[in-house]
Ligand binder design. Structure first.
Ligand code: N2P
Length: 356
């Protein structure tokens, strides 16, 4: 073989390898279109049997990927190179995605089951007329605690600073959530953008570090249920799951106020299978499916049709279905703009480093 042929074979082999790996990468980001839909959802946020049921009923094949914070989801979609047909951001992330032109309008005529959604979850300020998003779950941020391991009842964010809770608190790994309760504990809004207040909140959080055992993702449920810590700052649905596993525990939304959030389904601009995406949304809106999903993930459903299947002990539990009067006192995260969000993330990272 002469050297030119060798070079030719080498170039051919390298290009072939590269093409193969690019193909593999695309596959791991999910390839949608045709018969396939790619769903990008929070971890532990769907009853797995429903995916199988959807595939069986509709003939679509689902590629399923998960994320554990709005920030991670946003970065991934903003970077491009993905083909998600469905994503499930919270309200402030939806505003941001709209602003960045990352969403496709949803065709309501393809969603006959939309009528089952409670009107109070429709037409909210982050998405007038639900042009780009459809309610999935909603809830609060609060404190789940083990009454055997704390003195008296927990009612305030400031109770977290109790000296008896040394190395006994688990925190959800979310910048808005942690910075938010830092701000709330000082009497500030969780949408505050005053840099002085934000620094103050971060400095106060730094003084909590002796009590912080770990900052964790979905494993917080298992750890709390197994009594590995006395107290956890969690999303309400995680608390309900934890309390299902360990009935001793209780959940409270602190009196200074907290966050009320809405997670909605969207169709990212990158979608390749619009029919499939709409079919998936309509399937999840079906009251029986929504009830099964709620029962499994433990979060609060905006689907009134589903509540009928779940029974009064679920829908009348004020800890997870707070009354409209109570929810009015809570704050929804606003999209604070790129710079402010980046500042929240930066301070949260600093806090994480500090608490290691
Ligand atoms: C599910 C997380 C729910 C996120 N594991 C609350 N926005």
């Amino acid at each position: 073989m002469n050297s030119l042929t060798k070079v030719f074979i080498l170039v051919f082999a390298v290009s072939f390898g590269l093409l193969f790996w690019i193909g593999r990468l695309n596959a791991s980001e999910g390839y949608s279109g045709g018969n396939t839909i790619t769903v990008y959802n929070w971890g532990d946020y769907i009853e797995p049997k429903l995916i199988k049921k959807f595939e069986k009923e509709t003939g679509y094949k689902v590629i399923y990927q998960t994320f554990d914070s709005n920030e991670a989801m946003l970065t991934k979609i903003e970077q491009g190179g993905t083909t998600f047909d469905i994503a499930v951001p919270s309200e402030y992330a939806i505003s941001k995605m709209k602003e960045e032109n990352l969403l496709l309008p949803i065709d309501h005529s393809k969603l006959p089951n939309l009528k089952y959604i409670d009107k109070r979850f429709l037409d909210l300020p982050f998405d007038p007329k639900n042009k780009y998003s459809i309610p999935y779950f909603w809830g609060t941020v609060g404190i789940v605690y083990n009454p055997d391991k704390v003195d008296g009842k927990i009612t305030s964010w400031n109770d977290l600073w109790d000296k008896n809770l040394r190395n006994d608190i688990l925190l959800v790994d979310g910048a808005r959530e942690v910075m938010g309760f830092g701000l709330n504990s000082l009497g500030y809004s969780l949408n505050d953008v005053d840099k002085k207040h934000l620094r103050e909140a971060k400095e106060k959080l730094d003084t909590l570090t002796p009590n912080v055992k770990a900052i964790v993702g979905d494993e917080i449920k298992m750890l709390m249920a197994n009594e590995e810590a006395a107290v956890g700052v969690v999303w309400s649905g995680d608390a309900s799951e934890i309390m299902y596993e360990n009935e001793k525990l209780d959940y409270v939304v602190p009196k200074e106020g907290s966050n009320l959030w809405f997670d909605n389904i969207v169709i990212p601009k990158t979608a390749k299978n619009l029919e499939g995406a709409h079919a998936f949304i309509n399937f999840m809106l079906d009251p029986k499916n929504a009830a099964e999903n709620t029962d499994y993930v433990g979060y609060s459903t905006p689907n009134v049709g589903a509540l009928k299947y779940l029974g009064k002990e679920v829908s009348e539990d004020e800890r997870f279905y707070p009354s409209p009067e109570l929810t009015e006192k809570l704050e929804v995260y606003r999209n604070l703009g790129k710079r402010n969000l980046a500042y929240y993330n930066e301070l949260f990272l600093e806090f994480k480093m500090h608490s290691k």
